[in-house]
Design a protein around this ligand. Sequence first.
Ligand SMILES: Cc1cc2nc3c(=O)[nH]c(=O)nc-3n(C[C@H](O)[C@H](O)[C@H](O)COP(=O)(O)OP(=O)(O)OC[C@H]3O[C@@H](n4cnc5c(N)ncnc54)[C@H](O)[C@@H]3O)c2cc1C
Length: 314
Amino acid sequence: MSEFCIIGSGISGSTIANLLNKKYSVILFDKARGPGGRASFKRIKGKTGFDHGTQYISPKTKEFKKFTKNLIKKKILKVWNGKHVFLNSKKKEDKKHLKIIGKNGNNDISKYLLKKINCNYHSELKKIYYKNKLWYLLFDDGKMRSFKNLILTCPFPQLKKLSNKSIKMDANITTMIAIKKSKNSNSSYLFEDPILGWAGNENSKKRFKSKYDLWTLQSTFDWANKKINKNKNNKKENSKIMIDKFFKLSKIKKTKIYYSLNHGWRYSSNSRPLKIKSYWDSRKRLGVCADWFVGPRLESGWISAQDLFKKILK
Ligand SMILES: Cc1cc2nc3c(=O)[nH]c(=O)nc-3n(C[C@H](O)[C@H](O)[C@H](O)COP(=O)(O)OP(=O)(O)OC[C@H]3O[C@@H](n4cnc5c(N)ncnc54)[C@H](O)[C@@H]3O)c2cc1C
């Protein structure tokens, strides 16, 4: 029996799994098809695809800077060069701001950290209970598994289904499009608009060659918070609004849309951090680490997992 069971293969789950695996036996479960969580890569064909969650990493802390620098050296990550157009007067542009991406997709960090871990995908945790010093987990395949130590890393509202406290997480609507090739070679746009917040040019990441231009469009939180409940039924309409905005704001000539896919992120991020960076109950052997303890970025999940590891070792 594995000593630690980890739920979630995003940055938080993969980081804590990697750290614990140096000392203990670890098993990981995720309901998704593969690793990465909200830093997922939507593969279309071969290496072609969209980073439809995390757009890039811009390390803030000394420790995370060191970690990402090492992964750049190992060719897991790389710097996303090119012209990043900043059109938002409400935010201050930091010219030194590095944009780091995965060599093949933004789930590359999780893939790297989970290389030696026993990972089980398509496995959704449905219920948890604690009895006689063991955690009993019921998965969607109907199997009940038991573990001495349990680590949860889900977005808070997903965790809430399993527990009962409250944190609000913002939504995001992402539209991925393939359009006719244009002369515009900008890498990204940060907009000042009530609907469209960001557009990233996937071709500029130099991971693939395509006869189309691939753009990932991400909405503002405010707009997504209003639209997310009905997005499933209004995908076409919401994508059209975002695409029209994109052509208007980027001044790229309107072209035929060859491919379009809408993904609604109900739980995108939490910009109001908690007072603790992670949670560890040493008596019941239950841990929680996730970005929402610390902040809205991928780095927040990494910090939370590092914090939990220190608590477990104490
Ligand atoms: C649209 C969008 C854009 C973003 N842009 C950026 C950006 O540019 N830069 C940046 O730094 N951050 C960005 N973020 C935030 C970043 O993606 C997150 O902070 C980070 O990925 C969180 O990692 P995590 O491991 O804490 O959670 P997650 O990545 O959400 O991992 C949780 C995992 O748990 C799994 N799970 C949940 N419930 C269950 C269950 N019951 N059973 C089994 N598995 C379960 C999920 O499938 C998931 O894989 C963005 C997020 C979104 C959604």
